[in-house]
Design a binder for this molecule. Structure first.
Ligand SMILES: Cc1cc2nc3c(=O)[nH]c(=O)nc-3n(C[C@H](O)[C@H](O)[C@H](O)COP(=O)(O)O)c2cc1C
Length: 199
């Protein structure tokens, strides 16, 4: 295999994938605007169906972020019954705090797909998620942490109004980010039955 990257870079790249994990507790340190611009630019390097680049990101900081956290507390009500059964008590308590505070993340990026009649909805959604993964990886490369959250979908109408999303935008998720204030263990991966080799 011929790669234009050094073996060290390739190793680091795979390490980046391995060390990325959802961070749910952050330091109060503000994130410089140029760092946010870099990670968002990395997000938008993602491939997209027909190169429509149908993503739209609303970046919430300062008082707008504070107001968002207040609003997003409501998402706990719908998710709580599922997590109560699924999580050990200590992790349940931690997760509850996360939903109430968003881990004190100084930045929330609310992610949308722009609907397009010329594109299959799944392709549009998938394209934005490719950008969201780029955003996750860029955060880690920068020494930041983040957590992608589907929870805002529980209060989609409110979130849409809050950010001023137009009718053509579909809410997908929010990414909360900041300087990590904990080192969670790697969530286990199950490989069994996930890949089938044909041919
Ligand atoms: C689309 C999507 C939605 C998610 N929604 C939430 C969420 O609402 N709250 C949360 O705490 N974590 C959320 N997560 C994070 C997952 O729980 C996490 O990725 C998974 O447990 C694997 O852990 P890891 O990211 O540390 O590898 C979400 C992840 C994805 C990809």
């Amino acid at each position: 295999m011929n790669s234009s990257f050094t073996p060290e870079f390739v190793q680091d790249f795979y390490r980046l994938l391995e060390v990325r994990r959802s961070i749910r507790k952050f330091k109060a340190d503000p994130i410089p605007r140029e760092v946010l611009e870099r990670v968002l630019a990395a997000a938008m390097q993602a491939p997209s169906g027909k190169n429509f680049q149908n993503w739209k990101f609303f970046v919430l900081t300062g008082t707008k972020r504070d107001a968002y956290v207040e609003m997003s507390k409501k998402t706990w009500t719908s998710i709580q019954p599922i997590l109560e059964k699924q999580l050990k008590p200590s992790l349940y308590k931690f997760t509850e705090r996360f939903f109430y505070t968003l881990g004190d993340a100084p930045v929330v990026v609310v992610c949308y797909s722009r609907k397009n009649p010329q594109e299959h909805p799944m392709t549009s959604i998938g394209s934005v998620y490719m950008a969201v993964e780029n955003l996750n990886l860029a955060c880690f490369a920068e020494g930041l942490g983040c957590c992608t959250m589907g929870a805002p979908l529980e209060i989609a109408d409110e979130v849409n109004k809050f950010v001023g999303a137009t009718e053509d935008l579909e809410l997908l998720c929010a990414v909360v980010l900041g300087v990590p204030d904990h080192e969670p263990p790697k969530a286990p991966r199950q490989l069994e039955g996930r890949v089938e080799w044909l041919g």
